[in-house]
Design a protein around this ligand. Structure first.
Ligand SMILES: NC(=O)c1ccc[n+]([C@@H]2O[C@H](COP(=O)([O-])OP(=O)(O)OC[C@H]3O[C@@H](n4cnc5c(N)ncnc54)[C@H](O)[C@@H]3O)[C@@H](O)[C@H]2O)c1
Length: 332
């Protein structure tokens, strides 16, 4: 395997970041995790050093980058709970937007120019057209989405000066877990459907809320685009390679293009676990579009990225394996 350079992974102790660290290591990179452990787990950092600190501390970040001879940055560190973001706009703008500004300041000081940013389909809000293309007008409908769009704009404007080169990856619904079962989704406050459905199946005292069953979809429940976290991880390796030869800024959807309903997720969990998922039929939540799914063709064309293990069965099987075996999850 070719020896690849050291990369700084902000938020590498979190769910997506830790899977990317494993993929980086597998591809010959040395991932250095920089994380304040606010929502991440020390035990998830297994493939390189951990620098405990805050991405908003530019001096700390620059010192870590210099010491580890960092060649590029993958930026995952963020607060990402939609509901919480409405109640804590200052914290979300400070952490997400302030964090990105201070990170780029440190990169410029250290002469590091490549950055891959974890963006989100939340920047699209209620899209006019499906599947969602990258050219869809970005109109986020929550504070979280607005902070992510603000970071995208900041990175694109900075890239336009030639100071940085960036790929911004707009994940749809990240789900699933590492195939070996040693890392997985372990959010302290869990809001994602797959782990919540597994949790409900394993503990009937915690039934799953199904928010709305009267949507104009095949089975009446919302449809989303689930992407296996290992597929997401691959895209980051491909984005780093792409940035070696390409300047400016690009944004790519990371989704499958196949919408999956809440009931289909529930059925997949029931099949894999061989038990029923107790549900509570709840009213629709404000701001939940009936269907959200990506047109993933641009990522395939430019990065060579295709989701290969994101069928809902594979996602659920890997998530169940993790929930059965994990040693550090506090979520379930
Ligand atoms: N999980 C998803 O479905 C999803 C979808 C779209 C986008 N994203 C984005 O992907 C990224 C990772 O999401 P996740 O689900 O892995 O979240 P996570 O909460 O598991 O991971 C975030 C990590 O960042 C760290 N962090 C937060 N603020 C920090 C700061 N100021 N300084 C240093 N470290 C800090 C946390 O401790 C944690 O380890 C986020 O940017 C999120 O917005 C996630």
């Amino acid at each position: 395997m070719t020896k690849q350079p050291t990369v700084l992974v902000t938020g590498g102790a979190g769910y997506v970041g830790s899977h990317v660290c494993k993929a980086l290591h597998r591809s010959g990179f040395t991932p250095v995790t920089l994380d304040n452990l606010s929502t991440g787990h020390r035990q998830a950092v297994q493939w390189g050093p951990l620098e405990i600190g805050d991405v908003r501390d530019a001096d700390f970040v620059a010192e870590a980058m210099t010491r580890h001879k960092t060649a590029a940055v993958l930026h995952f560190a963020a607060l990402s709970l939609v509901g919480e973001s409405a109640a804590k706009p200052y914290e979300y703008y400070d952490n997400n937007v302030g964090g990105a500004i201070s990170l780029v300041a440190a990169m410029r000081r250290c002469g590091v120019s490549r950055i891959v940013f974890s963006s989100t389909c939340a920047i699209y809000g209620m899209p006019d057209r499906l599947p969602i293309e990258e050219t869809e007008f970005a109109r986020p409908i929550n504070v979280y989405g607005r902070t992510k769009l603000a970071v995208e704009n900041f990175l694109a404007d900075t890239a336009a000066t030639g100071a940085i080169r960036t790929v911004m990856l707009r994940y749809f619904n990240a789900a699933g877990a590492d195939g070996d079962g040693n890392i997985g989704e372990a959010h302290t406050t869990e809001t994602h459907l797959v782990p919540l459905a597994i949790q409900a199946a394993l503990d009937p005292r915690r039934p799953l809320n199904v928010f709305g069953s009267d949507y104009p979809t095949a089975d009446g429940t919302c449809e989303r685009d689930y992407v296996h976290v290992e597929d997401l991880a691959e895209a980051h390796i491909q984005a780093l390679a792409f940035l070696e030869t390409t300047g400016g800024s690009r944004a790519y959807n990371l989704g499958t293009g196949n919408p999956v309903s809440v009931r289909q997720v529930i059925r997949a969990v029931e099949r894999v676990l061989g038990t029923t998922v107790p549900v509570v039929e709840a009213p629709r939540r404000a701001g939940d579009p009936p269907r959200l799914f990506a047109a993933p063709g641009l990522a395939e064309r430019d990065l060579g990225w295709v989701a290969t293990r994101s069928d809902i069965e594979s996602i659920v099987e890997s998530a169940v394996r993790w929930h059965r075996s994990n040693v550090f999850s506090v979520a379930v």
